[in-house]
Design a protein around this ligand. Structure first.
Ligand code: GDP
Length: 199
């Protein structure tokens, strides 16, 4: 339950990044605590909700997990428009995905939303023996771009909860208190829906 007197923040969160970087796996690890070695590709986008209670606020995330394929690129603005937070994901074992992540960051910056909480996430940190992207390089790019950086592993769960808590905390800091009549509960609501072009 939301803590009495606690502010409630409803936040749209979008995940962007190349196909195969682990966006769906990150979300499923966060909301269900599960990981699948053979995760089905996302078609179009998938929607999830999850609630996080902090001392200072209760954050209700509306999570849009977008497909990374180039052919869906034109749909992306629909998902990041109006977003309070964005997670741009690359795979630490693929330099190509990091280059693509930088393009997503530039696209988000062109939207000019100063309050957008942006996280640059190097997923698959368990694959460090295949590392192509150094953490320092990503960290520096994140700092220059006004975002924070984390390396995660949806497979081992490393840093996954931290990532979402960090985003929630940042949202709580920038959101003015707002009263709401709705009652929220802690249950995970896995309202996964597929949009567009069901395959
Ligand atoms: P998406 O296309 O970005 O949503 O990526 P998926 O979540 O579908 O993951 C693509 C593939 O990478 C799947 O086979 C996952 O099992 C795998 N994967 C996702 N996250 C990790 C991770 O942290 N470590 C490893 N080793 N594999 C991962």
């Amino acid at each position: 339950m939301a803590r009495p007197g606690n502010k409630i923040i409803q936040a749209k969160l979008v995940l962007l990044g190349d196909m195969g970087t682990g966006k769906t796996s990150l979300v499923l690890r966060f909301i269900k605590g599960q990981f699948y070695d053979h995760q089905e590709p996302t078609i179009g986008a998938a929607f999830f909700t999850q609630i996080l209670s902090l001392t200072e606020a209760t954050v209700k995330f509306d999570i849009w997990d977008t497909a990374g394929q180039e052919r869906y690129h034109s749909l992306a603005p629909m998902y990041y428009r109006g977003a309070a937070a964005a997670i741009v994901v690359y795979d630490i074992s693929s330099m190509d995905t990091f280059i693509r992540a930088k393009k997503w960051v530039q696209e988000l910056q062109r939207q000019g939303n100063q309050n957008l909480v942006m996280a640059l996430v190097g997923n698959k940190s368990d694959l460090r023996s295949h590392r192509e992207v150094e953490a320092e390089e990503a960290e520096q790019f994140a700092q220059e771009s006004g975002m924070f950086h984390k390396e995660t592993s949806a497979k081992t769960a490393q840093n996954i909860n931290d990532l979402f808590y960090d985003i929630a905390k940042r949202l709580a800091r920038i959101n003015p208190p707002r009263s709401s009549g709705i009652t929220l509960n802690h249950e995970t609501q896995d309202k996964r829906k597929r949009f567009c072009c069901l395959g």
